[in-house]
Design a protein around this ligand. Structure first.
Ligand code: SF4
Length: 177
């Protein structure tokens, strides 16, 4: 029997190649927890795309509550940080911490994230947040940098083939501005 893995996903285009890879190894559930995304219409559009993809492949998915004010409180004081700065570390800590907490509470063996696929993101920052969450919640972190081995190129190609919506900013109001 395959072990259970909870995959935190940020959006469909970053996720499809990773999902394809993990499905062979794990009993996979997709987890959408992204209170950073602004505005709500954008959040709903990204959510709708990942739901559409999961439904088309028969993959289980869970939508966490959308709580943008919780995210704003969490990064308060660091609004003006540049991308890849400390605000992003906090953002990863919140999202991966909640994912690990949910995984632990619901008997998953592993958790993982698609966040390393993002071009604007520093994979080391993402992996560091995942390892911290692993230590705090005592659930194994599948720590892969999915950008490597042409991951970005393959996922770009797949997203185009499927006609997926592709955003042009990371997610928060500061990255949009
Ligand atoms: S730029 Fe992206 S990773 Fe950084 S704080 Fe904003 S949404 Fe989070």
């Amino acid at each position: 029997m395959k072990e259970k893995l909870l995959l935190h996903t940020c959006c469909a285009p970053c996720s499809i190649y990773i999902i394809n890879q993990l499905l062979d190894k794990f009993d996979l559930t997709v987890y959408f927890f992204n209170p950073n995304i602004f505005p709500e219409e954008e959040y709903l559009q990204r959510l709708s795309e990942i739901k559409r993809f999961c439904q088309s492949r028969g993959i289980d998915y869970i939508e966490a509550n959308y709580q943008p004010n919780e995210w704003l409180n969490f990064i308060r004081g660091y609004e003006n940080e540049p991308e890849k700065g400390f605000r992003c570390s906090l953002c990863f800590n919140l999202r991966l911490g909640k994912t690990a907490e949910f995984a632990k509470a619901n008997d998953f063996d592993w958790f993982c994230t698609t966040l390393t696929m993002g071009r604007q993101k520093n994979s080391l920052q993402v992996l560091d947040a995942g390892r911290k969450a692993e230590t705090k919640y005592l659930v194994k972190f599948y720590d892969r940098d999915f950008k490597k081995n042409f991951g970005v190129q393959v996922t770009d190609w797949l997203a185009k083939q499927l006609g997926l919506y592709r955003q042009d900013y990371c997610g928060c109001i500061f990255s949009k501005n």
